[in-house]
Design a protein around this ligand. Sequence first.
Ligand code: ADP
Ligand code: MG
Length: 469
Amino acid sequence: IWNSCLKVIKDNLPIQAYKTWFEPIVPVKLENNVLTIQVPSHFFYEWLEEHYITLLKKVIKKELGQEGHLEYSIVMENSASNSNPYTVKLPASNKKAVKNAPMNMPLNISDNPIKNPFIIPGLKKVNVDSNLNPAYSFENFVEGDCNRLARSAGYAVANKPGGTAFNPLLIYGGVGLGKTHLAHSIGIGVKNQFPNKTVLYVSSEKFAHQFIDAVRNQTTNDFIHFYQMIDVLIIDDVQFFSGKEKTQDVFFHIFNHLHQNGKQIILTSDKPPVEMQGMEQRLLSRFKWGLSADLSTPDLETRIAIMEKKMYGSGIELPREVVEYLAYSINTNIREMEGAMTSLLAQASLNKKAITLDLAKQMIDKFVKNTAREVSIDYIQKVVCDYFDLPIEMLKSKTRKREVVQARQISMYFSKKMTKSSLASIGAHCGGKDHATVLHACRTVLNLSETDKQFRVYLEDLEKKLTIQ
Ligand code: ADP
Ligand code: MG
């Protein structure tokens, strides 16, 4: 039957059009006057419907009679995934019916399209795997000064995707500070409240690779189509687009489409837009339309809270002093802190040792490779205060009590000796003393250690505690 249809079609079309649009079609089955044909892509199907519907109708009726019907089966070998073919059953012959027809399109590693269909308003049911990691929820994201703005903007966006001034929302900050986590949180938040919205998390790298594949397979239109139907698009590490002009072009295109249609865009980057190199100006200016919020290094309390959250989440228990030690000594990057925790657990279970402060110290030394390990001022202050049994706030206060002054001077001395911090920054850590005060403290400590035997014992004790071996 299909072959006779083709003959008629061939006679009625320029040969090029016939070759392009009809040769790739594979007839699948004929049942009850319904002919199913397989087309290579969604775009292909739309093209057929738009340009050749009248002709198709005619030949189908001619071959199958008035009751004749056409259904499509679409193979989608593009976009977000592992070439999952998907099938769509659409009655041809009536454009309106087609648009309202249900569609199950397991794009993007989805396992069960029936169980959890999303609905794209007014159009079609689509199933897109959002790629969200449930562990990266808002509940698991510890709030601190370092992330307050970004977190609350993210929260607002999750509650009203596309409906805030934060579009796009650009989250930027250094490695391991929680950009990816927060981006997932927003996606999870949206899905919880608006299960019908299509959310997609994708790394810039994956996006770029999909695009390259699409170009190679000549499925760029499918690629664009796919992204244009997302309601909340999260693209992680956009700095990866630097210098990739074609990728930036296609992203620009998709960005505009989504933005104009009130869809939410969330981006992360390791730099603020002003510092992004190799990025097209027009794209950068789009990035600045919404809100750029940064994540900075968390302070000590936040680091401890994050560790505790992680431990709680994975049912791990570590002695408090070990947690504090890790939080004190790894003070730049949360991912590293977690890594340290994991390898500490691994070591302890391998060697059947209890997790003690000593083990933590040994491990940290190995863990933080290459650079000579440097204790932090925070850590020094903590050890000194514990030693003299003083609350740490005292060091930062204006108190001139003898014990406090002494502890303060000792911690300044060790800070000078064991860290690369400037005198000014050491002073700042001790409640805003100036560099002369720090210098004076260091001299005083040295003098005392020569004249006062008890004092020297203190110093040696402390030095041992502070030295990570
Ligand atoms: P980035 O994408 O900025 O490099 P990630 O989002 O991958 O960083 O974060 C690194 C790790 O630190 C993740 O395991 C993440 O869960 C954790 N993390 C970062 N910030 C927080 C936070 N505020 N609360 C809880 N965990 C956090
Ligand atoms: Mg990341």
